[in-house]
Design a protein around this ligand. Structure first.
Ligand SMILES: Cc1cc2nc3c(=O)[nH]c(=O)nc-3n(C[C@H](O)[C@H](O)[C@H](O)COP(=O)(O)O)c2cc1C
Length: 159
C-alpha cells in the first residue's frame, strides 16, 4: 500500500509517533513517505478558531497515495491549526483512506484529544476521505512511548 505520513510537531513528540508508524509500516512492506511539515512563517501556537494564514514550504503531493496519516499536537483544546491547514490545502481526498493521530499534554482525552481527532476527522471527511479510527497519546503522568507502541500496532493491524 502507498502511504503518506504528514506530521506537524513542535517539540518532537508527535514526530516520535510518526517515526514509529513509519518504521512499523515500512517494515510490513508498505511504501511510506514521511513528511514533517514546515511552514513559511513560524507558527508557535494558536487555535483553529483563529483566522490564521498558514502556508508551507514542503506540502507533498499525495497523488496515488492510498492512505494518509495526519498527525499533530493538541493545541488550545483542539487540533493543530497547522495540520488542518495542510489538509485543507491538499484539497480533494476522495478515494483516500485517512487515519488521524495526535499527542497531547494533559492526561485525559477529554482535555483536547477527543476534540482534536473529531475536528481532523470532520475535515478529512468533508474533503471526501474514508476516515478510519484515529489515535490519541498523552504525556502527563503517562508513558508516551508505550502508548505510541500500542497505537502503532493497532493502526498496522487495520491495514
Ligand atoms: C500552544 C500550545 C497549546 C497546547 N494546548 C494543549 C491542550 O489544549 N491540551 C493538551 O492536552 N495539551 C496541549 N498542549 C501540549 C501539547 O499538545 C503536547 O505537549 C504535545 O505532545 C506536543 O507535541 P509536539 O512535541 O509534537 O509538538 C499545548 C502545547 C502548545 C505548545
Amino acid at each position: 500500500m502507498k502511504i503518506a505520513i504528514l506530521v506537524h510537531s513542535q517539540s518532537g513528540k508527535t514526530r516520535k509517533f510518526a517515526d514509529s508508524l513509519f518504521d512499523k509500516l515500512s517494515s510490513s512492506g508498505h511504501v511510506v513517505n514521511l513528511c514533517q511539515l514546515e511552514t513559511t512563517k513560524p507558527v508557535k501556537g494558536g487555535s483553529v478558531r483563529e483566522n490564521m494564514d498558514i502556508s508551507f514550504n514542503n506540502l507533498p503531493s499525495v497523488q496515488d497515495t492510498e492512505l494518509i496519516l495526519f498527525g499533530g499536537p493538541v493545541w488550545a483544546f483542539g487540533p493543530s491549526p497547522v495540520i488542518i491547514a495542510a489538509m485543507q490545502q491538499l484539497g480533494n481526498l476522495k478515494g483516500i483512506a485517512v487515519i488521524n493521530f495526535c499527542t497531547m499534554g494533559f492526561p485525559f482525552k477529554c482535555m483536547g484529544g477527543n476534540a482534536a481527532i473529531a475536528y481532523m476527522n470532520r475535515v478529512a471527511g468533508t474533503l471526501g476521505a474514508k476516515v478510519l479510527t484515529g489515535s490519541i497519546c498523552s504525556n502527563m503522568f503517562r508513558d508516551l512511548n508505550a502508548q505510541i507502541t500500542s497505537e502503532t500496532e493497532r493502526i498496522a493491524k487495520l491495514l
